[in-house]
Ligand binder design. Structure first.
Ligand code: BG6
Length: 479
């Protein structure tokens, strides 16, 4: 058998965004308020405020975002010029069910995504759709308590059924919950709130609450996968995790064990969604801690019958952890025991840049599940400054992406990992999730919109635009 020399011909090169980070039009076409519509703008080290509804006096960057809602045709033409084979975005639940608990969907919202997908398909770009990317209806949080309430499972399945039926001939690639394992970091309100509409620290036992929410989302995901298969057997439905490989800081056995446990805490999310049952390490943990997770009859069977087809994941950084880490520098990124890794550099936001960690992650995931992988986010958030001619020469971004694509290719061509595609994050500048900034940019396409409120929203190509165009045209040969 000859060894594969190049990425497959049908490799899905593209880019990724999420509805709330690009669309704007937060109250257009009958859309309801989503949880991202009540998040203020923040900055590195300045938390976004979660307000009680939309309140006067706050800056809500997602309300306008980069106005993709009105400008998507222009943007998609630029994606097509770059040669995109696919484009990952999400469907805003609140455009389809503005409050979340209605019986009938909002036709204007459905029509918007029909038009968007038609425009993509016109250019030969395959839509890759996340059903839930940090934007559940705010009403479901306010009235029901978010995903802690079992009723939300049914609301989500109803929403998913409506959109999967409507777009069954336009969308083949789906994912259920974006970075579902972010809420593992339950001590950071933003993560819990965006994943599930729950602020875990407001509950008596935050960790047990997180596990209850997790169970509800697993059941919902599994039901949606099973339903999707009935609607169109050609659907490919993935889970989606934030893959942050946690390395032991040293070869001290305590550090090694600590890192393995840290990975268990993150893997539980993909383990259940890919294998269809709870792994022993989490059942033991619940028993040891006395956690009672409420499950209904039929849940176990639902989990078994709703395993995902592939693992979608984001990869930005790795982390190193030390058992018993204390003092300054301990827990640098919200991961328990995380300490600076002296062998890698970090971005201005403290994200540790580690291209080899991508190859390591791909091997780890493929060995664990033996199912196809899809890198649905990877990228470099930076402050971009135009040169005297107005061009953004983002060589730092090109360097980051080149180094990661090189490692991605090694995982495929040397290690034999089955990879469906690669969609760098924020292919067009958009609102940052963690900070709500415009100025933390990832795009190949610059959007003239800034944190101080200035800007015309005009689009322009950065240096990386032409670079990525050539990467796609050569199927990853010319980096
Ligand atoms: C992931 C999310 O966490 O990383 C995206 O899925 C997010 O929504 C991306 O935007 C980059 O994070 P940030 O905070 O730099 O925008």
């Amino acid at each position: 058998m000859s060894k594969q020399q190049q990425l497959p011909k049908d490799f899905l090169w593209g880019g990724a965004v999420a509805a709330h980070q690009v669309e704007g039009g937060w109250d257009r076409g009958g859309k309801g308020i989503s949880i991202c519509d009540v998040l203020s703008g923040g900055a590195h080290g300045v938390d976004r405020v979660i307000t009680d509804g939309v309140q006067p006096g706050y800056n809500y960057p997602n309300h306008e975002a980069v106005d993709f809602y009105h400008r998507y045709k222009e943007d998609i033409a630029l994606f097509a010029e770059m040669g995109f084979k696919c484009f990952r975005t999400s469907i805003a639940w609140t455009r389809i069910f503005p409050q979340g608990d209605e019986l009938e969907p909002n036709e204007a919202g459905l029509q918007f995504y029909d038009d968007l997908f038609d425009e993509l398909l016109k250019h030969g770009i395959e839509p890759v759709i996340t059903l839930s990317h940090f934007e559940m209806p705010w009403h479901l949080v306010k009235q029901y308590g978010g995903w802690l309430n079992r009723k939300v499972v049914d609301f989500f399945v109803r929403f998913s059924e409506v959109v999967m039926r409507r777009y069954q001939h336009k969308v083949k690639y789906w994912m259920t919950f974006n970075e579902i394992n972010n809420q593992r970091t339950w001590n950071y309100p933003l993560f819990g709130y965006c994943c599930s509409g729950v602020i875990f620290t407001e509950h008596d036992n935050p960790e047990q609450t997180m596990y209850q929410v997790m169970h509800h989302q697993f059941v919902a995901s599994a039901q949606v996968v099973a339903l999707g298969r009935r609607i169109n057997p050609d659907f490919q439905i993935g889970c989606m995790i934030a893959m942050v490989p946690v390395y032991p800081f040293s070869c001290h056995p305590d550090d090694v064990m600590f890192a393995q446990e840290a990975m268990h805490r993150r893997y539980v999310f993909s383990d259940v969604q890919m294998r269809g049952y709870y792994p022993a390490y989490v059942l033991q943990e619940w028993a040891r801690k006395g956690y009672q997770i409420e499950m209904e009859a039929g849940d176990e069977e639902a989990l078994r019958n709703g395993c995902c087809d592939y693992i979608g994941f984001s990869y930005y950084m790795s982390n190193a952890v030390q058992a018993n880490a204390e003092g300054e520098g301990a827990s640098i990124t919200g991961f328990e025991g995380s300490v600076p890794n002296p062998h890698v550099k970090a971005s201005d936001w403290g994200w540790q840049i580690d291209p080899v960690g991508l190859r390591y992650s791909m091997n780890a995931l493929y060995e664990r599940y033996q199912k196809p992988l899809f890198i649905v986010e990877n990228g470099f958030g930076a402050i971009d400054k135009p040169n005297a001619d107005g061009l953004i020469e983002d060589d730092y971004r090109i360097d980051y992406l080149r180094a990661h694509i090189e490692q991605m290719k090694k995982a495929v061509l040397e290690d034999g990992v089955d990879l469906m595609g690669y969609t760098p994050w924020g292919c067009i500048d958009c609102v940052s999730f963690t900070t709500g900034q415009y100025d933390k940019r990832y795009g190949f396409i610059h959007v003239d919109k800034n944190d101080d409120g200035s800007g015309t929203m005009a689009r322009s190509k950065k240096k990386s635009f032409g670079w990525y165009q050539q990467v796609i045209a050569s199927n990853g040969e010319q980096l």
